[in-house]
Write a protein that binds this ligand. Structure first.
Ligand code: FAD
Length: 398
């Protein structure tokens, strides 16, 4: 068993690290000040191939596989967590879902521009009635009228939905059929009328990378933009969430590492009485627990990338990685907060910012409580964690 990253992945991680410092961090500062989405920086990262590593060269990717996504997502989130959203929306849940389930024409029209950062993507599943049971709570409907569908209803917390050029959105074409009545659509908010996205002000989160409430009022989707068949939406969504858990768990890992790095620097330099606070046993215990949690989370996240690269179903590994990365990151944020003392609250230090993103990611792609249920039901033999995973129509990527 080799726990080392390949030379290619190390080189790619170093390149991404440089891009984050040279492009993303300065852009995020301006974007935050102006409360403006940093479109140019997203396009620049896209042009450098940051979002396309899980895709084949035929659509503009680099074919490095899913482990590369885990390494890049961790690096991006560690250095500028706002851009971490792009790892899902420009690099995974939105374009990969279109790649996996779309027709050749749909793939050609959307995937290259999404992974190049030229089109901004979104993934719209959650509704106001609750995200943990998207099928049970889905009220949005899609009614066929001639050569188009008219969508009515609302979505909640949809990231980038006020910026998106294209996205995957789920609605019920047959409301009486439960989860079998859900259909996936590729939506184009800027092309068709009947769409509104109102940003939700989120405490502790970015004002530049926004999540919104989305309102659909006879919103038009041409029939050619239906993704898969009518009624296939639920399995498309479940498969997308499994891929999404790779980026989300890697982003949590990056934030846990960021908390550990910041807390270690602080513990080495903050002097109390005759020495650094890192010399006290209580601070050392916190640093030790953070270190071991981060390393354990990293192993689970890498195992998930490795399982996906083998082309095996990865529902089990995805739930475990997401759940443990949540625990490690939450613990790291709390421990960092304790080590920073009152300065944890000061804007000049990053602890509160990391903590806000960790809270958000704990919910994204399934709350910790939901992952726990999945894991326990699988271990007890009640329900197979891989039951929802459908091999992608287009086969394995990378
Ligand atoms: C900033 C942000 C960005 C987001 N971006 C997107 C996006 O781009 N696209 C998108 O579709 N969604 C997005 N979401 C939504 C996110 O996926 C949901 O918040 C998440 O699925 C939880 O849904 P909920 O908030 O409605 O909580 P609920 O479903 O109401 O759950 C609340 C709590 O109830 C408990 N609970 C619920 N169900 C169960 C269960 N079955 N077993 C055990 N406990 C349970 C858990 O403790 C859970 O934490 C985003 C959310 C945030 C905060």
């Amino acid at each position: 068993m080799d726990f080392n990253l390949s030379p290619d992945l190390i080189q790619m991680r170093d390149t991404v690290e440089k891009l984050m410092r040279d492009v993303a961090q300065p852009a995020a500062k301006v974007a935050e000040r102006e409360e403006r989405f940093p479109r140019e920086a997203v396009a620049k990262l896209g042009a450098e191939g940051v979002f396309g590593t899980a895709f084949p060269e035929s659509v503009g990717g680099s074919g490095l596989g899913f482990q590369s996504v885990s390494v890049i997502s961790e690096t991006v989130s560690r250095l500028e967590p706002g851009f971490g959203y792009c790892m899902n929306l420009q690099g995974m849940t939105c374009p990969l879902t279109i790649f996996n389930w779309g027709t050749d024409d749909q793939v050609r029209r959307f995937v290259p521009d999404l992974i190049a950062g030229k089109k901004i993507g979104m993934f719209a599943l959650t509704e106001p009635g609750g995200g943990s049971d998207p099928a049970g709570n889905m009220k949005t409907t899609a009614r066929k009228q001639g050569d188009r569908y008219l969508l009515n209803g609302s979505k909640m917390f949809i990231t980038f939905s006020d910026e998106a050029d294209a996205g995957v959105l789920f609605a019920k074409t047959d409301p009486a059929a439960g989860h079998r009545g859900i259909t996936a659509f590729i939506v184009e908010p800027k092309r068709f009328k009947g769409y509104r996205a109102d940003p939700v002000r989120m405490s502790g989160l970015s004002r530049a990378f926004r999540s919104c409430a989305v309102f659909l009022d006879d919103f038009e989707v041409p029939e050619e933009n239906r993704l898969g068949n009518e009624g296939e939406g639920f399995k498309i969504a479940m498969t997308a969430l499994e891929y999404g858990r790779l980026t989300v768990s890697a982003r949590l890992l990056g934030l846990a590492q960021a908390c550990l790095d910041a807390a270690s620097d602080y513990a080495r330099t903050r002097m109390i009485r005759s020495g650094p606070i890192g010399g006290t046993q209580s601070v050392q215990h916190l640093i030790a627990d953070m270190t071991v949690n981060v390393e354990a989370a990293r192993l689970l996240v890498r195992r998930l990338g490795w399982t996906m690269d083998k082309g095996d179903p990865a529902g089990r590994e995805a739930a475990q990685a997401k759940y443990f990365a949540s625990i490690a990151a939450r613990h790291a944020a709390d421990a960092a907060s304790e080590i920073f003392g009152g300065y944890a609250l000061a804007d000049e230090y990053p602890v509160r910012k990391f903590s806000g993103y960790i809270d958000m990611l704990n919910m994204g792609e399934g709350a910790p409580a939901v992952q726990r249920t999945l894991i326990a039901e699988d271990t007890l033999g009640f329900k197979d964690a891989n039951r929802h995973v459908t091999p992608p129509r287009r086969g394995s990527v990378g």
